[in-house]
Write a protein that binds this ligand. Structure first.
Ligand code: THU
Length: 140
């Protein structure tokens, strides 16, 4: 899919709605994420913090959970907003989470324009590396 075919405004509305549901009493930094799935669904999620700070969940965790719970599929376009509605880059861990469920060439709205998942997570480690390893181990 090319960037101009994505309804980024609609995705941002979904991300803003998710952000409004965030549970972020410790950081006061609500986050909402939304993504278009390859079957046309839109999935979203908000961050959910915890008194045990380190176990808080990023918005992308909730989004991926929603993806799986509502039928799976691959993410084709993604956006994420902060409490001011500004575009937010997914943290490193969340780029890895998204990579696992991304369609090839998944697009992300970033602070420096639309980019692909491969641009924001170059030389990624993913399912293919594990499959390649298993295949080489089986043939040796
Ligand atoms: N946060 C996200 O939800 N997603 C990100 O990609 C970056 C950070 C959340 C985690 C925490 O609840 C708050 O933002 C402040 O770090």
């Amino acid at each position: 899919m090319i960037a101009s075919e994505i309804d980024w405004a609609a995705l941002r509305v979904a991300a803003l709605d998710a952000m409004g549901r965030a549970y972020a009493p410790y950081s006061d930094f609500p986050v909402g994420a939304a993504a278009l799935v390859d079957d046309g669904r839109v999935v979203s999620g908000c961050n959910v913090e915890n008194a045990s700070y380190g176990v808080g969940l990023c918005a992308e965790c909730a989004l991926v959970s929603s993806l799986i719970m509502t039928g799976g599929g691959q993410l084709v376009a993604f956006t994420c907003v902060d409490g001011n509605g500004g575009i937010l880059m997914p943290c490193g861990r969340c780029r890895q989470l998204l990579y696992e469920h991304s369609a090839p060439g998944m697009l992300l709205e970033t602070v420096s324009g639309v980019k692909t998942i491969d641009e924001v997570l170059p030389d990624a480690f993913g399912p293919r590396q594990l499959a390649d390893y298993r295949a080489s181990a089986a043939s040796s």
